[in-house]
Design a protein around this ligand. Structure first.
Ligand SMILES: [Zn+2]
Ligand SMILES: [Zn+2]
Length: 190
């Protein structure tokens, strides 16, 4: 089955999230395309700061250094820190950056043409697929916006944080619904 380049980019990121790294040869075989095609996909992902190439292979970028820095959150205008950034990528290639998962999920819920979103794993500091991340909402750890939203790549680690710091765990879709509910309740109570 032929993949479009956008599909391949998504699959590459998914693969790297599950197995950590991959060789170009491996990716070319997985998609049934030439090494050159894989190179091109990887160049794009590397330019957007999502992956790092090493020794004929590729890993997820440890720090999204080339995609953050002078940016401010499109929701609340706070400066965006690479430790908590949340990126919503649109089908057009444009990226919306949020200061943290709290604003990120708000952007996500308002964006109809999002094709991929990335959150930072709070424990390890690397980027994970926002759709697959686990969100801890309302814990004692206040990292940025209130209620605080932490994102984790692994359910087990998220559960440990929940034990230590309270809050509740959600999938991305649940987290969006929950956040909207909390914000609404706050407005009503004030
Ligand atoms: Zn924000
Ligand atoms: Zn924030």
């Amino acid at each position: 089955m032929p993949y479009s380049s956008i599909d391949r980019e998504k699959k590459i990121l998914e693969l790297l999230q599950t197995q950590g790294s991959a060789s170009i040869q491996e990716l070319a075989e997985a998609f049934g395309v030439s090494n050159m095609t894989v190179h091109r996909d990887l160049n794009k992902l590397e330019q957007s700061g999502q992956i790092q190439k090493k020794h004929g292979g590729v890993t997820l970028a440890e720090k999204p250094s080339s995609v953050v820095g002078e940016y401010t959150c499109v929701m609340c205008n706070k400066p965006v820190s690479e430790r908590t950034v949340f990126i919503v990528q649109l089908e057009s290639g444009e990226q919306k950056r949020a200061c943290c998962a709290h604003c990120g999920l708000m952007i996500q819920s308002q964006t109809k043409d999002a094709w991929q979103s990335l959150a930072v794993d709070y424990l390890h500091g690397h980027m994970v697929s926002a759709n697959q991340a686990i969100y801890l909402i309302g814990s004692e750890l206040s990292i940025c916006c209130v209620p605080s939203v932490l994102s984790f790549g692994a359910q087990k680690e998220a559960e440990k944080f929940k034990k230590g710091f309270g809050g509740d765990l959600f999938t991305m879709e649940e987290a969006i619904v929950h956040l909207h509910g909390m914000m609404h309740a706050q407005k009503q109570g004030a």
